[in-house]
Design a binder for this molecule. Structure first.
Ligand code: NAD
Length: 335
C-alpha cells in the first residue's frame, strides 16, 4: 500500500508515521508537510533513511505542489495537516479557513481525480461544541463548533461528507478527543505545563481551571486511524476517545506532583474566549464495529509522557523558536 500522510511532521502525524512504519513495514509512506511552526522533522529522525519513507515539503492548499505525488499513484490519503491550536484561531482565523477547509478540498479533489481508493480525514470532537456536566458526544450529535478552529474543522468534515455523497468517494472521518504523548508542541496544555514547571515558570491556567477534556494517549489514536483506514465503512464517521475525563486542574496537579514542583506555580489567567466547558466521547461505534481498544490508561500514559519530555529537553528547547516566545508573551503575559 502507498499512503499519503499529510501533516506528518506535527504531533499526531509524526506519531502516526512512526506507528505505521513499525506496524506495516512494507507500506510506502509519503509524508507531505509545509513545516509550519508546528511541524518538526526532528520527530521523524528514527525513520529518516528508511527505504519506504519519503518526505516532501509542500502546502496542501497548493494543488500544483501535490499533483506529481498523486500522479505517482496513491492508495490512500490520511489528512492530519491543519492549523490546530484554538488560541491561535482566535488571534488569526483566516489561516485556519485556508489550511483546514481549502486544504481539505484540494486533497479531496486530487484524490477524486486520481482515483485514490480511500480518504481518511482526521477530525476532532471539538466540532460537536460543548457538553454540560453529563452526556457524551456520539456520531449523531449535531455539529455546533464554537471556535474558529473547530468551525474550520467542521467545514472540512462537511466537504468530506459531500465528496462521498456527490462523487461516491470512499471516505471516513475520525473525531478524536484530546491527545497527549511525545512530540506535542509546547503550546498545548500538557507539554506547556511540563515545560514551565521544569523551568520554575508560572503555569497559566484558564478561568477556574475546571474545563474537562477526555484524554487519549496518541498511540491509541494512531491504532484507531489504522483500523479505520483498513476497515472503516465508506462514508462513516468514527468517534475516538478513551473515557479519561479530567479537568485542567487535575492534569496540572498530576504534572506538578510528578515533577516535585509546588502548586504555588499555578496562576489563573483570563479565560479563553468561547472556552468549551466539557468534551467527552462515546467511542462505542469504533469499539463495536472495528474492535478498537485503547491500550494505555491515563495514569501510565501521563507518566510515560512526562518521562519522555524529561528525556527530551533538547527537543523541547529546539522547537520553541523566537516566534513562539512572542506568541507566548501575547497570550499569557500581556493580558
Ligand atoms: P500539529 O499542529 O501538531 O500538526 C499539524 C501539522 O500540519 C504540522 O506538521 C504542520 O506543519 C502541518 N501543516 C500545517 N499547515 C499545513 C499546510 N498548509 N500544508 C501542509 N502541512 C501543513 O497538530 P496535531 O495536534 O498533530 O493534529 C493533527 C490533526 O489531528 C489535526 O487535523 C487536528 O485537527 C486533529 N486532532 C488533534 C487533536 C489533538 O489533541 N492534538 C485531537 C483530535 C484531532
Amino acid at each position: 500500500m502507498k499512503l499519503l500522510v499529510t501533516g506528518g511532521a506535527g504531533f499526531i502525524g509524526s506519531n502516526f508515521v512512526l506507528y505505521m512504519i513499525r506496524e506495516h513495514p512494507n507500506y510506502e509512506i509519503i509524508n507531505v508537510d509545509a513545516l509550519t511552526y508546528a511541524g518538526n522533522l526532528e520527530n521523524l529522525r528514527n525513520v529518516e533513511g528508511h527505504p519506504n519513507y519519503h518526505f516532501v515539503k509542500a502546502d496542501i492548499t497548493e494543488r500544483g505542489e501535490l499533483e506529481s505525488i498523486f500522479q505517482s499513484g496513491i492508495d490512500a490519503v490520511i489528512n492530519f495537516a491543519a492549523e490546530s491550536h484554538v488560541d491561535r484561531s482566535i488571534l488569526q482565523p483566516d489561516i485556519f479557513v485556508k489550511t483546514n477547509i481549502l486544504g481539505t478540498q484540494v486533497l479531496l479533489d486530487l484524490a477524486k481525480q486520481y482515483n485514490v481508493g480511500k480518504y481518511v480525514q482526521v477530525s476532532t470532537d471539538e466540532v460537536y461544541g460543548t457538553l454540560g456536566e453529563t452526556g457524551l458526544f456520539t456520531e449523531e450529535t449535531p455539529l455546533a463548533p464554537n471556535s474558529p478552529y473547530s468551525a474550520s474543522k467542521a467545514g472540512a468534515d462537511l466537504l468530506v461528507r459531500a465528496y462521498h455523497e456527490t462523487f461516491g468517494m470512499n471516505v471516513n472521518i475520525t473525531r478524536c478527543s484530546n491527545n497527549y504523548g511525545p512530540y506535542q508542541f509546547p503550546e498545548k496544555l500538557i507539554p506547556l505545563m511540563i515545560q514551565n514547571a521544569l523551568n520554575d515558570k508560572l503555569l497559566p491556567v484558564y478561568g477556574d481551571g475546571l474545563n474537562v477534556r477526555d484524554w487519549l494517549y496518541v498511540e491509541d489514536h494512531c491504532s484507531a486511524i489504522d483500523l479505520v483506514l483498513h476497515q472503516g465503512r465508506s462514508g462513516e464517521v468514527y468517534n475516538v476517545g478513551g473515557c479519561n475525563e479530567r479537568n485542567n486542574m487535575q492534569v496540572v496537579r498530576t504534572i506538578l506532583e510528578a515533577l516535585g514542583k509546588p502548586e504555588s506555580l499555578i496562576t489563573y489567567v483570563k479565560d479563553r474566549l468561547g472556552h468549551d466547558r466539557r468534551y467527552a466521547i462515546d467511542a462505542d461505534k469504533i469499539r463495536r464495529e472495528l474492535g478498537w481498544e485503547p491500550k494505555f490508561d491515563y495514569e501510565s500514559g501521563i507518566k510515560s509522557t512526562i518521562d519522555w519530555y524529561l528525556s527530551n529537553k533538547v527537543w523541547m528547547e529546539q522547537v520553541v523558536t523566537g516566534a513562539y516566545q512572542q506568541y507566548y508573551a501575547t497570550q499569557y503575559l500581556e493580558r
